[in-house]
Design a protein around this ligand. Structure first.
Ligand SMILES: Nc1ncnc2c1ncn2[C@@H]1O[C@H](COP(=O)(O)OP(=O)(O)OP(=O)(O)O)[C@@H](O)[C@H]1O
Ligand SMILES: [Mg+2]
Length: 331
């Protein structure tokens, strides 16, 4: 089908088994991303954002046994069950990524130019010479001045903002169709955060890439994303177009996240509002809505059974809340 989204995730469930624990950090999540579109995935720490994106690509730490069910289709191919050599060919090439941990992204003892060039050699089969020229182009593309000199430097010689630009250049070296950016700005100063976000957004538009932007910051979402998935304890609480979800959040958890954004009228130095209470642990099976214990609107139906995602009247926004959806049928 020619109008199939570039990425189509349906009912994805991920179970992780370690020597110490068995958890289900992703429990029946669905979303799509089309070419040129940006999807934001938001939610508190531990809600499953990173696992949801990286487990289907085989990018889990050693010592963890991962089982996946549901479907993850990318470019018309099913990734779940795809043999590891085929997945490896996609990683870093058709799908570029920026990892959450900034320290793991660059090799501290190798020159920047070599690190970018190697990605181009590996993914685009370039000769070392052509790859070096490509590295120079990429460093210019991410807005770094004096690019030739920068290519000869080591990561520690650069500021955090410049290093993140290099990380982005490396992620783009394989000419990806989809870029997964996991908290790409959290480790940076506030002013640099805005610059890096603008750069990512600009590159996404210019290269007509799809982008998944993982963040726990609702403020980041407004200017950057077309659609949003709000994760709570391994499940999607709400999903839909950003202009609808941010303007009229329906799920009480989404409302809480939006209220937690610092406002212009807040006195300087006022406490970050945050949400009261703590998220549940993922080990115990959940019968009802995981947010119910923290929710001001909870009714008995909330803890009776798992609330399904129900579409809004115009079919654009999906919300898993029995109170919001009272009297409406599930999709
Ligand atoms: N290596 C691991 N071993 C065991 N469990 C893990 C591992 N990585 C993640 N988990 C489990 O999966 C859950 C979700 O983790 P994940 O990293 O996806 O959260 P997140 O939403 O990305 O959080 P953050 O905002 O802090 O990055 C964790 O709460 C934890 O229970
Ligand atoms: Mg994460």
């Amino acid at each position: 089908m020619h109008d199939e989204p570039l990425l189509s995730v349906s009912n994805l469930t991920v179970d992780l088994l370690t020597a110490k624990s068995a958890v289900r950090p992703v429990d029946g999540v669905s979303y799509t991303v089309r070419q040129g579109e940006c999807l934001a995935i938001v939610g508190e720490s531990g809600s499953g954002k990173t696992v949801m994106n990286f487990a289907p690509l085989g990018l889990m730490p050693t010592g963890v046994t991962t089982s996946l069910s549901g479907s993850v289709r990318f470019g018309g191919r099913e990734l779940i069950g795809l043999p590891e050599p085929d997945i490896r060919k996609l990683r870093g090439k058709s799908i570029g990524f920026i990892f959450q941990d900034p320290m793991s992204a660059l090799n501290p003892v190798r020159r920047i130019g070599r690190q970018i060039a190697e990605m181009a050699e590996l993914h685009l089969n370039m000769t070392p010479r052509a790859a070096e020229a490509r590295a120079l182009e990429l460093v210019k593309l991410v807005g770094i001045s004096d690019p030739a000199a920068r290519l000869r430097q080591y990561p520690h010689e650069l500021s955090g903002g410049l290093r993140q630009r290099i990380v982005i250049a490396t992620a783009l070296a394989g000419e990806p169709k989809l870029l997964i950016a996991d908290e790409p700005t959290t480790a940076l100063d506030v002013t640099v955060q805005a610059q890096i976000l603008r750069l990512l957004k600009d590159l996404q538009r210019r290269l007509n890439m799809a982008m998944v932007l993982i963040t726990h910051d609702m403020g980041v979402v407004a200017g950057a994303a077309d659609n949003i998935v709000v994760m709570y304890a391994a499940r999607a609480a709400e999903r839909g177009p950003v202009d609808k979800v941010l303007v009229t959040p329906r799920h009480p958890y989404t409302r809480g996240l939006i209220n937690a954004i610092p406002k212009r009228e807040d006195p300087i130095g006022s406490l970050f509002r945050g949400l009261p209470g703590i998220p549940p642990t993922l080990g115990a099976p959940l019968k009802g809505c995981a947010f119910a214990p923290r929710c001001d609107f909870a009714v008995p139906a909330c803890t009776a059974s798992r609330p399904p995602l129900v579409p809004s009247a115009d079919g654009s926004v999906f919300v898993a809340c029995p109170v919001v959806n009272e009297g409406r049928a599930a999709a």
